[in-house]
Ligand binder design. Structure first.
Ligand code: NAD
Length: 292
């Protein structure tokens, strides 16, 4: 696929990093975004920016979507002037957004009926992982589509796990983010307890990270974004609240009672009262015993 053009739709925190990686790995990258600042930043990077999906479809048959929510993915695929209308025959859509499994299955079915292929390939690793090409991808969709997408996925990630049919990647990602949301709350409570008992939080985290209570939250988030009060991971409260809400909906759809997950979901939903949508998602620790 060397020299292949990849069309990136959505060049925000994640899409920008992915475009950077694809360019570094030798792909041509074209893109489109609704935001002026995002368009300017991507153009500066060397992305060939176009004003519409129709124009993007003149340049490629391979698309990476990095959009906030399912409704944006629907608009880009099914909306007026979208991919269904304009994509060249036999196109491949790789949706890296954290989206909704049911909607993904519908969209994949719709695209397949027109001869296109779609993968749900949501990602972990944040903007830094996107820019470094070290994301983890959990993928849903047909093996043939995955084979075709592998050069792009290989460039973007250090690990790809194929979970099964369409929607499976989005199910796995919601489960991952439910755990991440829970670990933020439980680790913040643990540090609050340690502080009250007279421990230095940084030394406590160092101790936890050498023991069995550790997680990615204690190993990465606390040292990198929380203890230094940086709160600049590049992932927002709004997007994490969306993911927790969707994980809760998934459990309800599966008719599964998960009491701890339910309480975690309540804590994240209630945070709308005092933590702004644009704030860093690590700010949730302020509602879990580590407020001022
Ligand atoms: P973001 O809001 O920074 O970027 C999304 C971009 O999509 C914006 O630039 C927006 O203008 C653009 N957009 C929206 N509708 C569009 C349309 N119709 N056409 C073209 N562009 C459109 O969000 P992000 O942080 O980059 O996250 C993107 C996705 O990745 C989300 O689903 C998020 O949950 C997921 N995710 C984010 C992170 C992270 O750390 N930021 C990590 C893993 C997964």
């Amino acid at each position: 696929m060397a020299n292949k053009t990849v069309g990136v739709i959505g060049l925000g925190a994640m899409g920008y990093g992915m475009a950077k990686t694809l360019l570094r790995e030798g792909f041509q990258v074209a893109g489109t975004d609704l935001g002026e600042a995002q368009r300017a930043a991507a153009a500066e990077l060397g992305v060939q920016m176009v004003d519409s999906i129709a124009a993007l479809c003149e340049l490629t048959d391979t698309f990476v979507l990095s959009l906030p929510m399912a409704k944006h993915v629907q608009a880009v695929i099914q909306g007026e002037g979208g991919l269904l209308e304009h994509a060249p025959a036999g196109s491949l859509m790789i949706d890296t957004s954290t989206s909704e499994p049911d909607i993904t299955r519908d969209l994949a079915g719709c695209l397949a009926s027109k001869g296109h292929q779609m993968l749900d390939a949501p990602v972990s690793g944040g903007p830094a992982g996107a820019a470094a090409g070290t994301m983890v991808m959990v993928v849903g969709g047909e093996a043939a589509a995955l084979d075709r997408a592998m050069p792009v996925l290989d460039a973007l990630s250090s690990k790809v796990v194929h979970l099964g049919d369409s929607g499976s990647g989005h199910v796995a990602k919601l489960i991952n983010n439910l755990l991440c949301a829970a670990h933020l709350v439980t680790t913040a409570e643990a540090v609050a307890l340690g502080k009250r008992a007279g421990l230095d939080p940084a030394l406590l985290i160092e101790g936890l990270n050498a023991g069995s209570g550790r997680s990615a939250i204690s190993e990465v988030n606390f040292p990198r974004w929380i203890l230094n009060e940086g709160f600049d991971s590049g992932f927002t409260m709004q997007l994490m609240r969306k993911d927790v809400r969707l994980a809760k909906k998934l459990a309800a759809d599966m008719q599964l009672e998960l009491p701890v997950a339910e309480q975690i979901a309540q804590i994240w939903a209630a945070s709308e009262d005092n933590i702004a949508d644009a704030d860093d998602f690590n700010c949730i620790i302020k509602n879990a015993g580590l407020g001022e």
